[in-house]
Ligand binder design. Sequence first.
Ligand code: FMN
Length: 384
Amino acid sequence: MLSKLKFLTAGESHGKGLSGILEGFPAGVSLSEAMIATDLARRQLGHGRGGRMTIETDHAEILSGLRHGKTLGSPIALWIQNKDWENWKEDRMSHEQPKTAVDPVTLPRPGHADLAGVQKFGFSDIRNVLERSSARETAMRVGLGAICRVLLRELGIEIASHVKQIGPELSTATPASDLRSINRAADESPVRCLDKQAEAKMVEHINALRKAGDSIGGVFEVVASGVPAGLGSYTHWDRKLSTRISAAMMSINAMKSVSIGDGLDMADTPGSKVHDEIIKEHGKVRRATNHAGGVEGGMSNGELIQVQVGMKPIPTLAKPLRSVDIASGEAGSAHKERTDACAVPAAAVIGEAMLALVLADAVLEKFGGDSLEQVKAHIKATGA
Ligand SMILES: Cc1cc2nc3c(=O)[nH]c(=O)nc-3n(C[C@H](O)[C@H](O)[C@H](O)COP(=O)(O)O)c2cc1C
Protein backbone atom coordinates (compact mmCIF):
# COMPACT_ATOMS: atom_id res chain seq x y z
CA MET A 1 0.00 0.00 0.00
CA LEU A 2 3.00 2.34 0.32
CA SER A 3 4.11 3.95 -2.94
CA LYS A 4 7.29 5.94 -2.28
CA LEU A 5 8.51 4.45 0.98
CA LYS A 6 9.12 0.75 1.50
CA PHE A 7 9.69 -1.01 4.76
CA LEU A 8 10.45 -4.55 5.81
CA THR A 9 10.71 -6.16 9.22
CA ALA A 10 12.22 -9.51 10.22
CA GLY A 11 12.61 -11.31 13.51
CA GLU A 12 10.97 -13.73 15.91
CA SER A 13 9.56 -12.91 19.34
CA HIS A 14 12.24 -14.85 21.27
CA GLY A 15 14.83 -14.79 18.49
CA LYS A 16 18.04 -12.81 18.55
CA GLY A 17 16.27 -9.56 17.70
CA LEU A 18 14.25 -7.57 15.19
CA SER A 19 15.59 -6.06 11.97
CA GLY A 20 13.92 -3.36 9.92
CA ILE A 21 14.71 -1.44 6.76
CA LEU A 22 13.09 1.81 5.65
CA GLU A 23 13.78 2.63 2.01
CA GLY A 24 12.92 5.78 0.06
CA PHE A 25 13.37 8.13 3.03
CA PRO A 26 14.76 11.56 2.04
CA ALA A 27 18.26 12.84 2.82
CA GLY A 28 19.04 15.67 5.20
CA VAL A 29 16.71 14.77 8.08
CA SER A 30 18.33 15.08 11.53
CA LEU A 31 18.04 11.69 13.20
CA SER A 32 19.44 9.97 16.28
CA GLU A 33 18.81 6.76 18.20
CA ALA A 34 17.40 8.91 21.04
CA MET A 35 14.63 10.18 18.73
CA ILE A 36 13.52 6.59 18.13
CA ALA A 37 13.93 5.55 21.78
CA THR A 38 11.07 7.74 23.00
CA ASP A 39 8.46 5.95 20.91
CA LEU A 40 9.88 2.50 21.70
CA ALA A 41 9.57 3.27 25.41
CA ARG A 42 5.98 4.52 24.92
CA ARG A 43 5.07 1.21 23.25
CA GLN A 44 6.28 -0.70 26.30
CA LEU A 45 3.92 1.09 28.68
CA GLY A 46 0.34 0.39 29.67
CA HIS A 47 -1.50 -1.30 32.49
CA GLY A 48 -2.20 -4.92 31.66
CA ARG A 49 1.10 -5.84 30.00
CA GLY A 50 2.72 -9.15 30.89
CA GLY A 51 6.18 -10.05 32.17
CA ARG A 52 7.97 -9.66 28.83
CA MET A 53 7.94 -5.87 29.05
CA THR A 54 9.88 -6.00 32.31
CA ILE A 55 12.60 -8.06 30.61
CA GLU A 56 12.99 -5.92 27.49
CA THR A 57 14.15 -2.30 27.36
CA ASP A 58 13.86 -1.79 23.66
CA HIS A 59 16.67 0.12 22.03
CA ALA A 60 16.96 0.56 18.25
CA GLU A 61 20.46 0.72 16.90
CA ILE A 62 20.78 2.58 13.59
CA LEU A 63 22.93 0.41 11.31
CA SER A 64 22.86 2.42 8.08
CA GLY A 65 21.55 5.42 6.19
CA LEU A 66 22.89 8.01 8.65
CA ARG A 67 26.03 10.14 8.62
CA HIS A 68 26.99 13.01 10.93
CA GLY A 69 23.48 13.10 12.35
CA LYS A 70 21.64 13.40 9.01
CA THR A 71 19.92 10.81 6.85
CA LEU A 72 21.62 10.04 3.53
CA GLY A 73 18.62 9.09 1.39
CA SER A 74 19.91 5.51 1.43
CA PRO A 75 18.08 2.65 3.21
CA ILE A 76 17.92 3.09 6.98
CA ALA A 77 18.42 -0.21 8.80
CA LEU A 78 17.48 -0.67 12.46
CA TRP A 79 18.31 -3.46 14.89
CA ILE A 80 16.47 -4.13 18.17
CA GLN A 81 18.03 -6.85 20.28
CA ASN A 82 15.78 -9.22 22.24
CA LYS A 83 17.26 -9.50 25.72
CA ASP A 84 15.13 -12.59 26.32
CA TRP A 85 17.06 -14.41 23.55
CA GLU A 86 19.68 -15.26 26.18
CA ASN A 87 17.09 -17.50 27.89
CA TRP A 88 15.99 -19.18 24.67
CA LYS A 89 19.05 -19.46 22.44
CA GLU A 90 20.32 -22.81 23.74
CA ASP A 91 17.14 -24.79 23.25
CA ARG A 92 13.72 -23.47 22.19
CA MET A 93 15.02 -20.85 19.72
CA SER A 94 18.40 -22.36 18.90
CA HIS A 95 19.41 -21.82 15.26
CA GLU A 96 20.95 -25.30 15.25
CA GLN A 97 19.39 -28.60 16.29
CA PRO A 98 19.37 -28.31 20.12
CA LYS A 99 21.44 -30.75 22.21
CA THR A 100 18.40 -31.73 24.27
CA ALA A 101 14.98 -32.36 22.75
CA VAL A 102 12.49 -29.50 23.00
CA ASP A 103 8.82 -30.28 23.54
CA PRO A 104 6.75 -28.95 20.64
CA VAL A 105 3.76 -26.67 21.28
CA THR A 106 0.76 -28.68 20.08
CA LEU A 107 -2.34 -27.05 21.60
CA PRO A 108 -3.40 -24.14 19.38
CA ARG A 109 -4.83 -21.02 21.06
CA PRO A 110 -8.25 -19.91 19.80
CA GLY A 111 -7.96 -16.39 18.38
CA HIS A 112 -4.27 -16.71 17.56
CA ALA A 113 -2.47 -17.57 14.32
CA ASP A 114 -1.57 -21.02 15.75
CA LEU A 115 -3.94 -23.46 14.05
CA ALA A 116 -4.25 -21.84 10.62
CA GLY A 117 -0.48 -21.21 10.71
CA VAL A 118 0.52 -24.86 11.23
CA GLN A 119 -2.08 -25.95 8.65
CA LYS A 120 -0.68 -23.44 6.16
CA PHE A 121 3.01 -24.40 6.52
CA GLY A 122 2.57 -28.06 7.47
CA PHE A 123 4.38 -27.56 10.81
CA SER A 124 4.07 -29.95 13.74
CA ASP A 125 5.27 -27.37 16.30
CA ILE A 126 3.13 -24.26 16.84
CA ARG A 127 6.22 -22.37 18.05
CA ASN A 128 7.27 -22.12 14.37
CA VAL A 129 4.17 -19.94 13.89
CA LEU A 130 3.76 -18.07 17.14
CA GLU A 131 7.27 -16.68 17.22
CA ARG A 132 6.57 -14.54 14.16
CA SER A 133 2.82 -14.00 14.59
CA SER A 134 3.52 -12.44 18.00
CA ALA A 135 3.09 -8.67 18.29
CA ARG A 136 6.74 -8.40 19.33
CA GLU A 137 7.32 -7.54 15.65
CA THR A 138 5.45 -4.27 16.14
CA ALA A 139 8.40 -2.91 18.17
CA MET A 140 10.24 -2.59 14.85
CA ARG A 141 7.27 -0.89 13.19
CA VAL A 142 7.30 1.64 16.01
CA GLY A 143 11.04 2.17 15.40
CA LEU A 144 10.52 2.78 11.68
CA GLY A 145 7.41 4.89 12.32
CA ALA A 146 9.42 7.06 14.72
CA ILE A 147 11.79 7.94 11.84
CA CYS A 148 8.77 9.00 9.76
CA ARG A 149 7.46 11.07 12.67
CA VAL A 150 10.73 13.04 12.64
CA LEU A 151 10.19 13.88 8.95
CA LEU A 152 6.52 14.76 9.45
CA ARG A 153 7.37 17.04 12.38
CA GLU A 154 9.77 18.95 10.13
CA LEU A 155 6.77 19.53 7.85
CA GLY A 156 4.45 20.63 10.67
CA ILE A 157 2.53 17.36 10.95
CA GLU A 158 1.93 15.93 14.44
CA ILE A 159 0.49 12.55 15.41
CA ALA A 160 -1.00 11.54 18.77
CA SER A 161 -3.19 8.82 20.24
CA HIS A 162 -5.39 8.08 23.22
CA VAL A 163 -7.53 5.19 24.43
CA LYS A 164 -11.31 5.64 24.05
CA GLN A 165 -12.55 2.35 25.45
CA ILE A 166 -11.41 -0.69 27.39
CA GLY A 167 -14.09 -3.33 27.73
CA PRO A 168 -17.32 -1.50 28.66
CA GLU A 169 -15.50 1.55 30.08
CA LEU A 170 -15.74 4.61 27.81
CA SER A 171 -13.69 7.79 27.83
CA THR A 172 -15.75 10.96 27.39
CA ALA A 173 -12.74 13.27 27.11
CA THR A 174 -12.51 15.67 24.18
CA PRO A 175 -8.87 15.68 23.13
CA ALA A 176 -7.02 19.02 23.13
CA SER A 177 -6.30 20.60 19.75
CA ASP A 178 -2.56 20.66 20.51
CA LEU A 179 -1.49 17.12 19.72
CA ARG A 180 1.70 17.21 21.75
CA SER A 181 -0.38 17.89 24.85
CA ILE A 182 -2.64 14.91 24.01
CA ASN A 183 0.38 12.64 24.00
CA ARG A 184 1.84 14.20 27.13
CA ALA A 185 -1.40 13.53 29.04
CA ALA A 186 -1.93 10.07 27.50
CA ASP A 187 1.67 9.02 28.22
CA GLU A 188 1.09 9.81 31.91
CA SER A 189 -2.02 7.65 32.09
CA PRO A 190 -1.57 3.92 32.82
CA VAL A 191 -4.11 3.22 30.07
CA ARG A 192 -3.40 6.24 27.75
CA CYS A 193 -6.84 7.57 28.68
CA LEU A 194 -7.58 11.31 28.85
CA ASP A 195 -10.65 10.87 31.10
CA LYS A 196 -9.48 10.34 34.71
CA GLN A 197 -12.74 8.75 35.91
CA ALA A 198 -12.83 6.33 33.01
CA GLU A 199 -9.12 5.62 33.53
CA ALA A 200 -9.70 4.34 37.06
CA LYS A 201 -12.54 2.09 35.87
CA MET A 202 -10.44 0.79 32.99
CA VAL A 203 -7.62 -0.15 35.36
CA GLU A 204 -10.11 -1.90 37.67
CA HIS A 205 -11.64 -3.76 34.74
CA ILE A 206 -8.24 -4.99 33.54
CA ASN A 207 -7.34 -6.09 37.08
CA ALA A 208 -10.57 -8.04 37.48
CA LEU A 209 -10.17 -9.84 34.16
CA ARG A 210 -6.51 -10.56 34.75
CA LYS A 211 -7.37 -12.04 38.14
CA ALA A 212 -9.94 -14.27 36.44
CA GLY A 213 -7.31 -15.46 33.93
CA ASP A 214 -9.09 -13.55 31.16
CA SER A 215 -8.22 -10.69 28.79
CA ILE A 216 -9.85 -7.59 27.31
CA GLY A 217 -9.72 -5.37 24.20
CA GLY A 218 -10.87 -1.85 23.43
CA VAL A 219 -10.73 1.11 21.10
CA PHE A 220 -8.05 3.72 20.56
CA GLU A 221 -7.99 6.86 18.47
CA VAL A 222 -5.06 8.15 16.43
CA VAL A 223 -5.11 11.75 15.24
CA ALA A 224 -2.89 13.78 12.92
CA SER A 225 -2.80 17.58 12.61
CA GLY A 226 -1.18 19.83 10.01
CA VAL A 227 -1.84 17.35 7.20
CA PRO A 228 -2.08 19.27 3.91
CA ALA A 229 -5.15 18.75 1.71
CA GLY A 230 -4.82 16.39 -1.25
CA LEU A 231 -2.79 13.45 0.15
CA GLY A 232 -4.01 10.21 -1.43
CA SER A 233 -6.32 10.27 -4.43
CA TYR A 234 -9.92 9.59 -5.47
CA THR A 235 -8.65 8.28 -8.83
CA HIS A 236 -8.07 4.63 -7.90
CA TRP A 237 -9.04 2.34 -4.98
CA ASP A 238 -5.51 1.67 -3.81
CA ARG A 239 -4.47 5.32 -4.00
CA LYS A 240 -7.14 6.40 -1.51
CA LEU A 241 -5.73 7.64 1.78
CA SER A 242 -8.65 5.96 3.55
CA THR A 243 -7.67 2.60 1.98
CA ARG A 244 -4.05 3.05 3.00
CA ILE A 245 -4.80 4.12 6.57
CA SER A 246 -7.29 1.28 7.07
CA ALA A 247 -4.93 -1.37 5.70
CA ALA A 248 -2.11 -0.08 7.89
CA MET A 249 -4.25 -0.19 11.03
CA MET A 250 -5.73 -3.60 10.23
CA SER A 251 -2.21 -4.97 9.77
CA ILE A 252 -1.56 -4.50 13.51
CA ASN A 253 -2.04 -7.77 15.41
CA ALA A 254 -5.51 -8.11 16.96
CA MET A 255 -7.08 -5.08 15.26
CA LYS A 256 -10.59 -5.91 14.10
CA SER A 257 -12.14 -2.60 13.04
CA VAL A 258 -11.12 0.78 11.69
CA SER A 259 -13.30 3.84 11.29
CA ILE A 260 -12.47 7.32 10.08
CA GLY A 261 -14.23 10.32 11.57
CA ASP A 262 -17.68 9.47 12.88
CA GLY A 263 -17.37 6.05 11.24
CA LEU A 264 -20.22 3.68 12.04
CA ASP A 265 -22.27 6.45 13.69
CA MET A 266 -22.72 7.97 10.23
CA ALA A 267 -24.90 5.03 9.22
CA ASP A 268 -27.91 6.15 11.24
CA THR A 269 -27.44 9.93 11.13
CA PRO A 270 -29.02 12.09 8.39
CA GLY A 271 -26.69 13.59 5.79
CA SER A 272 -27.45 17.10 6.99
CA LYS A 273 -25.85 16.21 10.34
CA VAL A 274 -22.97 14.17 8.95
CA HIS A 275 -21.44 16.27 6.20
CA ASP A 276 -19.10 19.07 7.17
CA GLU A 277 -20.26 22.40 5.77
CA ILE A 278 -17.72 24.40 3.84
CA ILE A 279 -17.18 27.88 5.25
CA LYS A 280 -14.80 30.79 4.84
CA GLU A 281 -12.98 31.82 8.01
CA HIS A 282 -10.31 34.52 8.15
CA GLY A 283 -10.18 34.42 4.35
CA LYS A 284 -9.59 30.66 4.33
CA VAL A 285 -11.96 27.95 3.11
CA ARG A 286 -12.44 25.26 5.76
CA ARG A 287 -15.02 22.97 7.37
CA ALA A 288 -17.42 24.03 10.10
CA THR A 289 -17.18 20.56 11.69
CA ASN A 290 -15.04 17.44 11.17
CA HIS A 291 -17.36 14.42 11.09
CA ALA A 292 -15.40 13.13 8.09
CA GLY A 293 -12.24 12.81 10.21
CA GLY A 294 -10.11 14.74 7.73
CA VAL A 295 -10.58 12.41 4.75
CA GLU A 296 -13.07 12.92 1.89
CA GLY A 297 -13.02 11.12 -1.45
CA GLY A 298 -9.94 9.19 -0.36
CA MET A 299 -7.95 12.41 0.14
CA SER A 300 -6.93 14.44 3.14
CA ASN A 301 -9.06 17.61 3.26
CA GLY A 302 -6.78 19.67 5.49
CA GLU A 303 -8.70 19.01 8.71
CA LEU A 304 -7.58 16.87 11.65
CA ILE A 305 -7.27 13.21 10.62
CA GLN A 306 -9.14 11.03 13.13
CA VAL A 307 -8.97 7.25 13.03
CA GLN A 308 -10.54 4.88 15.55
CA VAL A 309 -9.30 1.32 15.80
CA GLY A 310 -10.95 -1.59 17.62
CA MET A 311 -8.78 -4.27 19.23
CA LYS A 312 -10.06 -7.70 20.21
CA PRO A 313 -9.12 -9.25 23.58
CA ILE A 314 -5.67 -10.89 23.80
CA PRO A 315 -5.99 -14.58 22.71
CA THR A 316 -3.55 -16.19 25.20
CA LEU A 317 -5.52 -16.79 28.40
CA ALA A 318 -4.21 -17.78 31.80
CA LYS A 319 -7.45 -19.79 32.06
CA PRO A 320 -7.25 -21.33 28.61
CA LEU A 321 -10.14 -22.18 26.27
CA ARG A 322 -10.79 -25.61 24.79
CA SER A 323 -8.51 -26.80 22.02
CA VAL A 324 -7.46 -29.96 20.18
CA ASP A 325 -3.90 -31.30 20.27
CA ILE A 326 -2.48 -31.25 16.71
CA ALA A 327 -0.22 -34.25 17.47
CA SER A 328 -2.60 -36.59 19.31
CA GLY A 329 -5.98 -35.31 18.12
CA GLU A 330 -7.08 -35.36 21.77
CA ALA A 331 -9.16 -32.59 23.35
CA GLY A 332 -7.22 -30.33 25.71
CA SER A 333 -6.74 -26.78 26.93
CA ALA A 334 -5.03 -24.20 24.75
CA HIS A 335 -1.31 -23.49 25.12
CA LYS A 336 -0.38 -20.97 27.82
CA GLU A 337 2.60 -18.70 27.90
CA ARG A 338 3.54 -15.36 29.41
CA THR A 339 0.93 -12.95 28.11
CA ASP A 340 -0.56 -9.49 28.29
CA ALA A 341 -4.09 -9.20 29.69
CA CYS A 342 -4.68 -5.93 27.84
CA ALA A 343 -2.48 -4.18 25.26
CA VAL A 344 -4.78 -1.44 23.95
CA PRO A 345 -2.54 1.41 25.25
CA ALA A 346 0.50 -0.08 23.50
CA ALA A 347 -1.55 -0.71 20.37
CA ALA A 348 -2.38 3.02 20.24
CA VAL A 349 1.34 3.83 20.02
CA ILE A 350 1.71 1.24 17.23
CA GLY A 351 -1.26 2.93 15.50
CA GLU A 352 0.64 6.23 15.62
CA ALA A 353 3.63 4.54 13.97
CA MET A 354 1.51 3.05 11.20
CA LEU A 355 -0.17 6.41 10.55
CA ALA A 356 3.27 8.06 10.45
CA LEU A 357 4.46 5.54 7.83
CA VAL A 358 1.33 6.07 5.69
CA LEU A 359 1.39 9.88 5.93
CA ALA A 360 5.15 10.15 5.27
CA ASP A 361 4.65 7.99 2.19
CA ALA A 362 1.66 10.05 0.99
CA VAL A 363 3.56 13.33 1.53
CA LEU A 364 6.53 12.05 -0.49
CA GLU A 365 4.18 10.79 -3.19
CA LYS A 366 2.41 14.15 -3.55
CA PHE A 367 5.30 16.55 -3.11
CA GLY A 368 8.37 14.46 -4.02
CA GLY A 369 11.97 15.40 -3.32
CA ASP A 370 15.16 13.54 -2.53
CA SER A 371 16.11 15.73 0.42
CA LEU A 372 14.21 17.40 3.23
CA GLU A 373 14.99 20.79 1.68
CA GLN A 374 13.50 19.72 -1.63
CA VAL A 375 10.36 18.31 0.02
CA LYS A 376 9.91 21.57 1.95
CA ALA A 377 10.47 23.67 -1.20
CA HIS A 378 7.93 21.59 -3.15
CA ILE A 379 5.33 21.97 -0.40
CA LYS A 380 5.93 25.72 -0.29
CA ALA A 381 5.65 25.98 -4.07
CA THR A 382 2.17 24.42 -4.02
CA GLY A 383 1.05 26.78 -1.27
CA ALA A 384 -0.05 23.77 0.87
C1 FMN B 1 0.84 -4.56 21.58
C2 FMN B 1 0.24 -5.91 21.42
C3 FMN B 1 0.54 -6.89 22.37
C4 FMN B 1 -0.01 -8.16 22.27
N1 FMN B 1 0.29 -9.08 23.22
C5 FMN B 1 -0.25 -10.32 23.14
C6 FMN B 1 0.04 -11.29 24.15
O1 FMN B 1 0.77 -11.04 25.10
N2 FMN B 1 -0.52 -12.51 24.01
C7 FMN B 1 -1.33 -12.83 22.96
O2 FMN B 1 -1.84 -13.94 22.88
N3 FMN B 1 -1.63 -11.93 22.00
C8 FMN B 1 -1.09 -10.69 22.06
N4 FMN B 1 -1.40 -9.77 21.09
C9 FMN B 1 -2.35 -10.11 20.02
C10 FMN B 1 -1.85 -11.17 19.05
O3 FMN B 1 -0.58 -10.83 18.54
C11 FMN B 1 -2.84 -11.36 17.89
O4 FMN B 1 -4.12 -11.57 18.40
C12 FMN B 1 -2.43 -12.56 17.06
O5 FMN B 1 -1.27 -12.22 16.34
C13 FMN B 1 -3.50 -13.03 16.07
O6 FMN B 1 -3.75 -12.07 15.09
P1 FMN B 1 -5.19 -11.44 14.88
O7 FMN B 1 -5.71 -11.18 16.25
O8 FMN B 1 -4.93 -10.18 14.11
O9 FMN B 1 -6.03 -12.41 14.16
C14 FMN B 1 -0.87 -8.48 21.17
C15 FMN B 1 -1.16 -7.50 20.23
C16 FMN B 1 -0.63 -6.22 20.35
C17 FMN B 1 -0.95 -5.18 19.33
